[in-house]
Design a protein around this ligand. Sequence first.
Ligand code: BT5
Length: 264
Amino acid sequence: MVPAMSTHGFSDIRWFETLGSTNSYLAGEARRGAPENLVVAALHQTAGRGRLDRRWEAPPGASLLASVLLRPEIPPDRLHLCTGAVALAGADACRALTGVSPELKWPNDLLVADRKLAGILAESVSDSPGDTGGRMAVVVGIGCNIDWPGPPGAGGTSLRQEGGRPVSPRELLEGVLGMLWPRVLQLATRTGQDELAGELRRRTATLGRWVKVELLGTAEPVVGRAVGLTDSGHLLVEAGGALQEVVAGDVVHLRPTDDRPETR
Ligand code: BT5
């Protein structure tokens, strides 16, 4: 079910014509002790980042490029739920505003028919002095393609390409923030975090699929069936008769025609 659009409590929203990276800007603000729920958005990024030093590219004005500073009271092993909160909010806002209904792909993508509509980048910022109550800062950024489907060969799509109703970056940001606010409140309590994990379990399209997982720092990928998500938001993959908990990695959804290990 898609929650109703709501107002939100993000009161400090900074818009820029151009920034290097909204995540990098917000990480700097976090280190200087900026309060939680600060939001920054840009019409263009000159050094937009993906995970693992990859690039996030978009021409000026063609997408939503925004980051939110969270300071959740959350155990470090549950930080993945911050990515999940933004993924759910992004998917719900796209559906409510444009009619396009993306799927969640673990760990950080919104897909439409297996094409990447949006990517999410969550980064924790350790060194955060100031009056923050000692909580860890987490910067969560989202890039969502509105009018441009991403760089050639990247397998991306856009809201426009998927036939969505027209939306501006500002409208989409307001929609995402409206959907994110209740999720931020969920992140604040253990019960809320468990609810969030349950909702991610229900809505992550990766579950039930055959996947290839490239684990960080490991040469051999894991090929198996994604069977679950832990309460921390980690992916459970059944491979070679064993259950493996994946904390971080790149996932490819395999098609029925792809090579898979033999099953009994
Ligand atoms: C991501 O990384 O998907 C996270 C992207 C987060 C971008 C936002 S924009 C606002 C905030 N500020 C930042 O600097 N970043 C965040 P990853 O899973 O590593 O995917 C990156 C890969 O996606 C690239 O290597 C390309 O193949 C592909 N890609 C790049 N730009 C794309 C686009 N506009 N649409 C679709 N795919 C794209």
